[in-house]
Design a protein around this ligand. Sequence first.
Ligand code: TRP
Ligand code: SF4
Length: 436
Amino acid sequence: MRIDPWSSAQYENYSRLRKKFGIKEFGTGEWGSLPDVPHLFRRGIVFGHRDFHLIKNAIDEKKPWALLTGLMPSGRMHLGHKIVIDQIIYYQSVGADIFIAVADIEAYATRGYSLGEAKKLAIEEYITNYIALGLKPCRIYFQSKNTDVKDLGYLLGKKTNWSEVTAIYGFNGSTNMAHVLSPLVQCGDILHVQMEKYGGVRPTLVPVGVDQDPHIRFSRGIASAHRLFNVMVAKDGRVGVFIKSDDGVNKLMDIAEEVAGNFGLAMKRMDKYKAVYLENADEADLGKIDLALAEREQEEGAYGFIPPSSTYHRFMTGLTGGKMSSSKPESAIFLTDTPEEAKKKIMSAKTGGAVSLAEQKKCGGKPDECVVYELFLYHLMKDDGELEEIYNKCKSGEQMCGNCKKHAVELISIFLEDLNEKRESAKEKIKDYVDL
Ligand code: TRP
Ligand code: SF4
């Protein structure tokens, strides 16, 4: 099994996917003590992560951290796309330094858009909606215009090769070269925020749909491959700082000893193994030592990027079953739909209702298989208690689909009208977010 970020595959079994790719479960242990936990976390919509503890620690300790994610300008923006932006807005409220890449090169290379079309769509459709939804000023940029990102992608490419990218992405002899390079551009997106010019080494979160995990694995691997030090738990259970290269080992050992020494843990320098071992270091120490070493690496002129953390969210089911997709307008509610358009789509949506009213009264409906329920769950119902009531009334056969749909229509109409109004003023603010 391989995840192809450019396919339109649907994902059924998220926990299997998690286990297969070594993604950790995103549970209360990760986010429980955050302020104002978003409904997307509480409801398991964001279901997996890598290294989220680095972000959590930064938030807790009020240390700097960055968030970078990307948008692919292709098609109109729908409710599925809103899931990421809701998270970004939350993270902005708890202190993230936000960057958003407009993946115009990727849209050009893989979807057949011209850069001009991608730009227009990104501005009129995506960025306008982001601002209307409540995103505060942050750094939004176009891949094609950001020389630092492109250069970095190119240079980082030294530590990967054709075997690796074909294994991860399934490229073959006829894949066009712009497409082949697009993962490196995305790597540039993800890691450039840790360049000195963009704020330096710091924990970086990339919140994405699970289809993007290949890019996350790729970027994490490349970040590690360019490091001078490797901090890890050795076979005997101790934490070790290992020197990766064979050049300048003495100097690097001195640096390792000096940096590790600042953590006040007992340590032992073992030149033979090119390692400095630390006693009693826990996971939090490990992250901190790695960060401190990465900072020193940058001072020495190396990249010194710490591997990005990530979270993964589920995808919404399309209103007609199947995938929610911009290319199937009846499957998606677009953020620019009128309430009437949304109503039409909801009224003909696929529910988890029984074959007849009598049957439904008797046996109840299946909210877990209902796209109308998904609308409440993902977007329309912020209050957990009210959501639970909908769930229970459906299950018990108290609530029929007709009324339930009407309720969803009412809520979505309010949302769409409000957003439409906000879009008007958003248009004037675009220049505060992006260089045009
Ligand atoms: N590949 C992403 C998509 O298809 C867009 C993207 C580009 C991105 N650069 C990124 C996502 C960096 C996360 C981080 O939607
Ligand atoms: Fe879905 Fe509502 Fe019908 Fe239950 S009652 S199946 S939640 S539309």
